[in-house]
Design a protein around this ligand. Structure first.
Ligand SMILES: Nc1ncnc2c1ncn2[C@@H]1O[C@H](COP(=O)(O)OP(=O)(O)O)[C@@H](O)[C@H]1O
Ligand SMILES: [Mg+2]
Length: 269
């Protein structure tokens, strides 16, 4: 089942339920003085278990805004977001935090580590909110560090390891709750290309183990690790399909298809 999804990328003809279903999501930021900015405009897509998706698009196109909604760090202004079938679009902060803790790992561009805490403490931090004992937190942190190739680094401080290693720590922290999905917003944005490749190989490995991976990047070679690409332009989906078809020039064909579809829908009304 998983293989089939990965082969067609879009999973259009499987009976499996999507793990993520975004329905007509809009996001408007309201600023002081009555100003507002419409950042996401009627976004729709589904993502199935086991997919590896790159979200791309120019700076300011709304990628982080979308990612924060997908990662339950923020809510859409309108529209629905079904995460494993559960509509999280209108949940309050406490409920969203619970969903994050159970289902989701999030990785940021700037690692977001606590610089005065050891690496093991950083990794096990999410477990504190779940009343896991100190001994078990330590044990699970060591296991996760092993998984990301950082055995032996548990008692160092983040400042004592390289940027690539710090991002591995952040990934270990994202994995500590055994999430089914990992979201990463420009996870290689602060890393050199060799280190980026190492991090992307780690995401690929996690994906092969069954974790759904959704990442934002503006780097073409980082996106090449993904099977599927969703491109956002001016707050709208301007391409959604196989990454390699995009490279073969499928973006215009996609937009033509969307235009046709919108036309047919308009005609049907
Ligand atoms: N909290 C916010 N309040 C107001 N405007 C915001 C906020 N976050 C982002 N924006 C605006 O929304 C637009 C999209 O931002 P963002 O989602 O960060 O884009 P990207 O990640 O694609 O570069 C930008 O014009 C940005 O200034
Ligand atoms: Mg961004």
């Amino acid at each position: 089942m998983l293989q089939k999804n990965k082969l067609n990328g879009l999973s259009a003809n499987t009976v499996q339920k999507p793990v993520i279903e975004v329905i007509d999501i809009c996001k408007t930021y309201f600023m002081s003085g009555g100003l507002s900015q419409s950042v996401l405009k009627n976004i729709n897509f589904k993502i199935f278990t086991g997919e590896f998706v790159a979200i791309m698009g120019p700076s300011g196109s709304g990628k982080s805004t979308l990612m924060n909604i997908l990662g339950c760090l923020d809510r859409p202004t309108s529209g629905d977001y079904l995460l494993s079938g559960d509509n999280v679009a209108k949940k309050d902060d406490t409920a969203l935090a619970r969903v994050r803790g159970q289902n989701i790992g999030f990785v940021f561009q700037n690692f977001n580590l606590l610089m005065k805490r050891t690496i093991a403490d950083n990794v096990s931090l999410p477990l504190i909110y779940q009343n896991v004992s100190e001994a078990e937190r330590r044990e699970r942190a060591l296991k996760m560090l092993e998984k990301v190739g950082l055995t032996g680094y548990a008692d160092r401080l983040p400042s004592q390891i390289s940027g690539g290693m710090q991002q591995r720590v952040a990934i270990a922290r994202a994995l500590i709750n055994n999430p089914s999905i990992i979201f990463a917003d420009e996870p290689t944005g602060n890393l050199d290309s060799h280190t980026s490749d190492e991090i992307m190989n780690l995401f690929t490995l996690l994906n092969k183990q069954g974790i759904t991976v959704v990442l934002v990047t503006h780097e073409e070679d980082v996106a090449d690790y993904a099977d599927r690409m969703i491109k956002i332009t001016d707050g709208r989906v301007s391409y959604d399909g196989l990454r390699k078809s995009y490279q073969a020039g499928a973006e215009l064909a996609y937009q033509e298809q969307v235009k046709q579809k919108t036309f047919v829908e308009r005609e049907a009304k």
